[in-house]
Design a protein around this ligand. Structure first.
Ligand code: ATP
Length: 363
């Protein structure tokens, strides 16, 4: 036992393929018993980082420790089979000529341990079945049982639900998270699916252009995005231009607290569910807006609005509100507002966005 050592501690990892820098400088830490998600758009370097942790790639720089043991560093490289990791891929990759039980026991697990792991994934009665007799979801649960059987330090999952249809994906991912928690396993899940990462993980590391641009609990990264890019990547984001002076950012919807280090042009970023629509009940200084269009989605409604300046915004309201195109309404923010430097709007240029302030509307 290595005491409080993290399940995974990767620091300053870099990996290039020729001219392509897949990981520029990335670090990720997964505590024992934690389920962490590495979330980023396609090509951001998630799989490469996971493969480097697994030992399928040799990093150009950086240090990787698993369970407190350094497995990759300058002059150190431990082969994947010695790293005490379990892997689950997009496809279950089971041996077709072996029964479920034999597949799970492949890494020399005892018969009792195989039973225990099949029980854990709810497939105790399928030990004698062959892979072709399993559904896609069952195949992935067997793959998970196989990864858990040797009691690895950490389980690495690379888009394990991507090949399943939406309904199965949603139910299986809940199940897998539950299984990992019951097993007390430490796990790192690679996904490009925001909902998957936010709903399952204890910690989400958001990756962009080979770097981790923010990591934290799901509610932290969603509720307090470090940049406009993170806000827009994680969900719907409304953006208003503004000006910051001495810790106050001013925009068309009022004044909001900002980081004192910010000055000049800024952007105020908030979720459409934080933009409230009203009439006589509006705060005194709430500006007028014109309703451009509405879309009803059943449990909520999206109202597209235009402020006096021509600035367009969207508000997401629960239920069905009485708004129609052309209506004049008053709007105000009731929820977190994140004030970020205006230049962070230059998404896609690979810049490492700076973390700035977050605050709640000051009216
Ligand atoms: P996806 O979700 O599409 O799998 P990702 O975030 O996992 O994307 P990676 O697969 O790690 O991203 O790829 C990061 C970058 O490195 C991409 O530009 C990719 O083309 C490049 N890359 C990855 N592996 C190799 C390789 N073996 N040889 C050359 N380039 C590679």
């Amino acid at each position: 036992m290595t005491g409080a050592a993290a399940a995974i501690d990767a620091v300053g990892v870099r990996k290039a393929f020729g001219d392509i820098v897949a990981i520029a400088d990335a670090g990720v830490r997964v505590e024992r018993g934690q389920l962490a998600a590495l979330l980023g758009p396609s090509g951001s370097g998630k799989t490469t980082l996971l493969r480097t942790i697994a030992g399928f790639e040799v990093p150009d720089a950086g240090t990787i420790s698993i369970g407190g043991r350094v497995v990759a560093a300058d002059g150190v490289f431990e082969e994947p089979e010695r790293r005490r990791i379990g892997m689950v891929f997009q496809e279950a990759a089971l041996f077709p000529h072996m029964t479920v039980g034999k597949n799970v026991g492949f890494g020399d697990a005892s018969a009792a341990r195989v039973r225990e792991c099949l029980d854990l994934v709810g497939l105790a009665d399928r030990a004698t079945a062959y892979p072709h007799e399993l559904s896609g979801g069952e195949g992935q649960r067997v793959a998970l049982a196989r990864a858990l059987a040797p009691s690895p330090e950490v389980i690495l999952l690379d888009e394990p639900f991507a090949s399943l249809d939406k309904r199965l994906r949603e139910s299986l991912r809940e199940e897998v998270a539950e299984i990992l928690r019951t097993a007390g396993a430490s796990a790192l899940l690679v996904t490009h699916d925001q909902e998957e990462a936010l709903s399952l993980a204890d910690v989400v590391a958001v990756m962009r252009d080979g770097r981790i641009v923010q990591s934290g609990r799901p509610e932290e990264v969603y509720g307090h995005p470090a940049s406009r890019w993170v806000a827009e990547f994680l969900g719907e984001a409304e953006v208003l231009p503004g000006t910051a002076v001495e810790g106050i950012a001013e925009c068309e919807l009022g004044r909001f607290p900002a980081d004192r280090r910010l000055g000049g042009a800024v952007e105020l970023v908030f979720r459409p569910e934080s933009l409230t629509i009203g009439g006589a009940d509006a705060p005194g200084d709430a500006p007028w807006a014109r309703v451009r269009s509405t879309s009803f989605f059943g449990h909520d409604q999206l109202v597209r609005l235009e402020l006096e300046s021509g600035q367009q915004l969207q508000s997401r309201r629960l239920g069905f509100g009485p708004w129609h195109p052309g209506d004049e309404v008053r709007v105000w923010i009731d929820g977190p507002v994140h004030v970020v430097p205006a230049e962070s709007a230059a998404a896609g240029n690979g810049a490492h966005d700076d973390t700035v302030a977050a605050g709640v509307g000051a009216g």
